[in-house]
Write a protein that binds this ligand. Structure first.
Ligand SMILES: [Zn+2]
Length: 127
């Protein structure tokens, strides 16, 4: 059993880029983990040594450059980690710049003034 499998990588929502090691090229492509699983199986390793033999840079091949070993960049699921961290946090607008409060503060305002939408972006005041 490999240390880390493609299934693990998919579950962790990690992004793996495969990079060409040729200094003239430096091509980098995002790996489609699901496609790799379809081809290699869920239990195939996803560590460098497990994958390194599988990739040849098509750019370099087309350009007739000598074949260099590829290397991998693994990017953790920052967004997911962020989501988990913020799960219990909800923004509140109490005491903030509510529409009512803006209207209420107009000195000597007669009735409800229709605010210019550019002032508040998407917020519209319904008369
Ligand atoms: Zn290349």
């Amino acid at each position: 059993m490999p240390q880390k499998t493609l299934a693990d990588t998919l579950t962790a929502r990690e992004t793996i880029y495969v990079n060409c090691g040729h200094p003239m090229c430096c091509k980098s492509t995002k790996l489609d983990i699901q496609a790799l699983i379809d081809r290699l199986g869920r239990d195939h390793g996803s560590m460098h040594d497990d994958l390194v033999g599988l990739f040849v840079c098509s750019n370099c091949k087309a350009a007739g450059r000598d074949r260099r070993q590829v290397f991998f960049t693994c990017i953790p699921d920052y967004e997911g980690q962020q989501r988990a961290r913020n799960r219990d946090w909800k923004p509140t607008f109490e005491g903030g710049v509510g529409v009512d409060c803006l209207v209420g503060r107009r000195p000597g305002g007669v009735g409800v003034r229709r605010l210019d939408t550019t002032e508040l972006g998407e917020i519209r005041v319904i008369p």
